[in-house]
Design a protein around this ligand. Structure first.
Ligand code: SF4
Length: 434
């Protein structure tokens, strides 16, 4: 749900270096089409006739790569097309003469674009492997130990920030979360949101597995909790929270938990998270979080794999005894793995807009508060009725067009322009228009 997850065309490399790499690509018979930046990695989109792929360069590290060259590592994404190896050799040769990579340490932490919130990533490790993961390939504000995380918090507080979002990977795999939030409180953070996929909250050693005490006991007919379809796995009932991850969560004591939940059935979850073995834990973790009194925001990212499941997911949420504080329905953004997997994951706004609107209305009818977030939503011009659910429609803070999005010609006279962050450049690149 991050708003700073994008890469910025022409950003990340000094112009001279961009020119050097462009010339190197050219000497190998390839054209450098665009440069973008993801975490500590600079991505180079290259093309030769009908062949294209993404090469990358970064400060040399132990990470496997195609070539090490001086202070640099050179690699590529996906399959290497014919002649791609020659391009990579030319890039490596060009970089050998460049003694120092661009500085990796920024002047300060990056705030979520257009907000005063700090989002830090405490790990990139995750127990799921979502087809649209935006952090798998690297991320800003990555801090993998408590000391460097606290240092980031201190810098952010000196900038006046009081809101902290803890993200990953999966943050609940990190044992020092409670110390981190304790430090954040001490430093004066007044709002802490923990993002999670809920799997840890749903995993339990088999000795702890038992039907939830409220299921099937003392529940009157007609009570929605007696509905056997309430759990996606009614035969077994939900799991009890396991001791260690649950204790970690409670000790972390976030003000809000944002659960990334992208399907209501094992099949849909398997297609999105690619961990069918954890589908049960995923959904039961969500149920446990809802029932345990945490203030829960559920973030459902619409993609090709789950768009048809959205109404079922809304009904699943509405059946819970404690519904979420908010359901945020996002639209898959062409960032990270979603871009890598774009042909199987991305879909056109117009192919999903009616289904999203219908699901948002269903949620409202069932008593759920549901929104379409601005940055990862659907532009209003695609389906104006979506504006009813726009977030933050009523806020006064200005909306900016971030570097990885752009205005389109229709924006010129558009009445929604002051509340619209535009269209992803990569979306336009993929579909040729809105
Ligand atoms: S500002 Fe542009 S992208 Fe946004 S709704 Fe209007 S026309 Fe669409």
């Amino acid at each position: 749900m991050s708003r700073k997850q994008g890469s910025s065309p022409e950003a990340g490399l000094e112009p001279d270096l961009t020119r050097l790499l462009s010339n190197a690509a050219c000497s190998a018979g390839w054209a450098l089409e665009s440069v973008s930046h993801e975490g500590d990695r600079t991505l180079l989109a290259v093309r030769r006739e009908d062949l294209s792929f993404t090469a990358w360069v970064r400060a040399a590290s132990d990470e496997p790569c195609f070539a090490r060259s001086g202070a640099w590592s050179v690699g590529y994404r996906g399959e290497l097309p014919r002649g791609g190896d020659l391009l990579l050799q030319h890039l490596a040769a060009a970089l050998a003469a460049v003694p120092t990579p661009p500085p990796e340490v920024k002047a300060g932490p990056t705030l979520i674009f257009g907000t005063d919130q700090l989002e830090i990533r405490v790990t990139l490790a995750c127990n799921e492997h979502c087809v649209f993961c935006n952090s798998w390939l690297g991320a800003d504000n990555l801090t993998v130990d408590l000391a460097s995380a606290v240092s980031l918090l201190e810098q952010a507080r000196s900038m006046g920030t009081r809101k902290l979002v803890i993200s990953g990977g999966e943050p609940l795999l990190v044992p020092w979360l409670p110390q981190l939030t304790a430090e954040a409180r001490r430093l004066g953070f007044s709002y802490i949101c923990l993002q999670t996929n809920a799997v840890q909250a749903g995993l339990a050693p088999s000795r702890l597995r038992r039907p939830h005490p409220r299921l099937g006991q003392g529940i009157a007919d007609g009570d929605p909790r007696s509905d056997p379809t309430r759990s996606a796995f009614p035969a077994d009932g939900p799991l009890s929270p396991s001791d260690a991850p649950w204790a970690l969560l409670e000790a972390t004591a976030p003000d809000e938990v944002l659960v990334s939940a992208h399907g209501s059935t094992p099949d849909v979850l398997a297609a999105v998270t690619r961990r069918s073995d954890l589908a049960r834990a995923h959904l039961d973790g969500l149920i446990h979080l809802l029932e345990s009194g945490f203030r829960v925001i559920v973030n459902f990212v619409v993609c090709r794999q789950n768009v048809e499941d959205l109404p079922r997911f809304v009904e699943f949420l509405a059946r819970q005894s404690r519904p979420p504080f908010l359901l945020s329905v996002s639209f898959v953004a062409p960032i990270g793995l979603a871009w890598e997997n774009r042909n199987e994951t991305m879909l056109r706004y117009s192919d999903a807009a009616a289904a999203v609107l219908s699901a948002l209305r269903l949620a409202r009818d069932l008593g759920l508060q549901a929104v379409l977030p601005e940055f990862c939503g659907i532009p209003t011009c695609v389906l104006p009725e979506l504006r009813e659910f726009a977030d933050p429609a009523d806020e006064k803070r200005p909306i900016h067009v971030p570097p990885d999005k752009t205005a389109i010609p229709a924006c010129g006279n558009c009445p929604w322009k002051p509340r619209c962050s535009g269209v992803f450049r990569r979306y336009l690149e993929m579909f040729g228009g809105i």
